[in-house]
Design a binder for this molecule. Sequence first.
Ligand code: AMP
Length: 623
Amino acid sequence: MALLQIQEPGGKQAKPLHRLAVGIDLGTTNSLVSTSCGLRVETLPDSEGEHLLPSVVHYRKDESPLVGFQAKALLVEDPLNTIASAKRLLGKSLAELKSQHGYLPFEFDNSRDDGAPAILTVAGSKDAIQVSADILSTLVSRAEASLKGALEGAVITVPAYFNDAQRQQTKDAAQLAGLNVLRLLNEPTAAAVAYGLDSEDQGNVIVFDLGGGTFDVSLLSLKRGVFEVLATGGDTNLGGDDVDHVIADWIASQMSESTGIEIPSQARLLQLANEAKHQLSDQKVATISSEAWSVKLEESTLKELTADLVRRTITSCRRVLRDAKLAVSDIDNIVMVGGSTRMPLVRDAVAEFYGKAPLTNIDPDKVVAIGAGIQADVLIGNKSADSFLLLDVNPLSLGIETMGELVEKIIPRNTTIPVAKAQEFTTFKDGQTVMTLHVVQGERELVSDCRSLAKFELREIPSMVAGAAKIRVTFQVDADGLLSVSAEELSTGKKAEIQVKPSYGLESSIIEGMLQDSHSNAQSDMETRSIKEAQLDATQLLDAIANALRVDGELLSEAEVGTLAESIKKLESIMANGSSVQIHAATEELNQVSSEFAAKRMDLHIANALRGESIDAVEKQAD
Ligand code: AMP
């Protein structure tokens, strides 16, 4: 693997000034900003002392938007002008969003050419980039007020599974907010940096991130001072909210057993459940009271109620280990991220699975922002960066379509980035002067089962026989996960390239689905691939024979043409529904049958060539 060396700025020269840079955790629910305060990196509070900024924006007519708690308070009152969870809209088209989520509580602007989801508000139409920019601007103002100066740069964290479009739109939002993005950093990498795990020589780190609605687990590896993400996994529909639901159901069932109790609304039940859950993080028994009724929820009951949810997190942990081909005993540290990792039963399950206690002493809500702040301090040049290099992975294989609608993987899934890889391709047809390059993402063998990222053409390929042209295709993924693909015809240097910014987004649930599909279809995919390859070989032979018969058919007797035609017919019928072994066998048989013909053609052409040479020679002598 040809890793591009990346040179971080700073570190070598003496720096007279401390430059102002921040780390930003731009979260779906809450966002945070952090910066280096002397020896430590800390998150910055607002004027009310609140560190978390709810990622909610409320738009008003002729006034600047409200961001954070004030906006969150208006979610119910004015839902059409109050936008929450904009992160989920990044990199998506409106059509995709509607198909994924069904009803959405907004009016969308249908006049956008790019199909991006933009929400109609009293302040105009707002897309996810603008909403994210408003959140970022609020954090920038907070930081600049606190640091008393203008920011020079920021590191912004993104989920490890974010695709190119989602990363690019995060950068666009930062640009709109006037921020200089030093780097987008994957969230798990930031968490490990917060614990200083990058300063150790080597080791494998699990980042276990269980929030309110999503679960992500990542495996990072530290080797010779280099940090890599080896594998990622998780579940987009698993988190503290599910715990609230199982407790709410339990409360309702307890209430229904007591006569004369009116079961409150689901919203109230969930509130009671959430309070009980939080109590059980500090004590063994929680008291749940509503009106004149009360019940005790024991830690052991909560454990039973959540056993299935916890088991699902552990299943993902097991899968990540398997993806990275590591054993539990290879894990040196476990970092806990997300509010739900405060639950003792989650910590216990993780400790039991890995055979060691997880790291929990940094606030799990702040750990990602703190890591981003540490990285920002390095990248802006306040700290030595000599041995500090962060690498991440691309979550799905990237490849190119080849003949037969097959996928040639160029950068396999879980390859550390930045990375550049090149591979040579050639033309399939004689005189082919244009090649279409179709860039795809996914684990399956057929193009139709993968995501199409982009298509572009390399033109003006010199006319040559099939297979003679050499076209080098280079895939390059930069430190922020953006993909550039170039194709170069080597004899002329003609080049075409594309930066991939797919208009359709990709969520971890889709990644998860694609991986599951690739596992469950692995065998049939391989069979389909080998059949397609066998069919391609057969087609090439049939084309060559048809061509030869057209040119030199008279070399064969009627009987020979008959035998050949029979063999051709047999191959054609086997090609339609035979196995790859049968197609190969029939191709080989046709090869044998046609070898005599090939030999005769060879003789004829040699004879012709010799004749030409002797005439030349005679002419020369005559001169
Ligand atoms: P996050 O999305 O990371 O902010 O996580 C929010 C989730 O963490 C919610 O489901 C909260 O109920 C849960 N949470 C926060 N604090 C605690 C706690 N002390 N005990 C149990 N769950 C908690």
